[in-house]
Design a protein around this ligand. Structure first.
Ligand SMILES: [Zn+2]
Length: 244
């Protein structure tokens, strides 16, 4: 699927529309950019991995494949820099994913309970739950399609098996990074949320575009479309002259 590069005015439009939205909706808004050919009303029901893979490709289209993230070691607090590559991340999650998953919802069975893999609508439904275990059980309830007739086992006892099945069917739903700290030698796992990362980068880009428009509009009286129509070289030269 070819993803169109959003222009400056389009980056600003996406940012404006996403600014007041919940992170789950922001991810769907960005996904919509990658699939203008599909009806947006179905996006909340798509498997999470479908959204994540498209957002990794969109990230590559907008800002290139290299991702540099900074975080503190969970154990000793040392600041560390992590270099990631969208191609490598995609290669790690696409191997086992049947391409048909992109448009359908995968289902599986555990102890005669029938489930489907989670989608954004499910994440929204559990977003208020602070307790991790309770959230996992609630997510399973959300994804349950069929109960066994005489089944009285609680969802809690199905968690481990169901989560493993979900991960096997939709490996891109959760991207885990294995990190190790050079200072203390500890290893640990973190969740990598491409939706949040990409939104933060779009936010930074949009605010810097607004600052450029502000400086040039103030100095020359040009409108936003007039400023966006300038080549990047001309714009940089004018910004230089107004002392930005
Ligand atoms: Zn450390």
């Amino acid at each position: 699927m070819h993803i169109q590069v959003p222009g400056e005015a389009e980056i600003l439009a996406l940012w404006e529309r996403g600014l007041t939205r919940h992170p789950i909706d922001r991810a769907l808004l960005l996904y919509a950019w990658t699939r203008p050919d599909l009806p947006a009303s179905n996006f909340p029901d798509l498997p999470l991995g479908t959204i994540n893979k498209a957002l990794l490709r969109l990230r590559e289209t907008c800002f290139g494949p290299r991702i540099i993230a900074c975080m503190d070691c969970e154990h000793c607090g040392t600041r560390m820099e992590i270099a990631l590559d969208t191609g490598q991340l995609l290669a790690g999650i696409e191997d086992d994913t049947p391409s048909k998953l992109d448009d359908i919802t995968a289902e599986f069975e555990v102890s005669s309970f029938r489930f489907r893999v989670p989608c954004s609508r499910d994440l929204a439904a559990i977003s208020g739950e602070r307790d991790l275990k309770a959230a996992a059980v609630k997510l399973l309830e959300q994804c349950c399609l069929e109960y066994p007739k005489n089944g009285d086992a609680g969802f809690g006892s199905l968690l481990v098996e169901a989560e493993a099945a979900m991960e096997a069917l939709d490996p891109a739903a959760g991207i885990n990074l294995s990190l190790s700290c050079e200072a203390c030698g500890e290893n640990w796992m973190v969740d990598f949320n491409i939706g949040t990362l990409l939104w933060d980068e779009i936010d930074v880009r949009a605010r810097s575009l607004l600052a450029e428009v502000h400086s040039l509009a103030q100095a020359y009286g040009w409108t936003e479309p007039e400023i966006f129509a300038l080549s990047s070289q001309r714009r940089a030269a004018y910004l230089d002259m107004v002392g930005v």
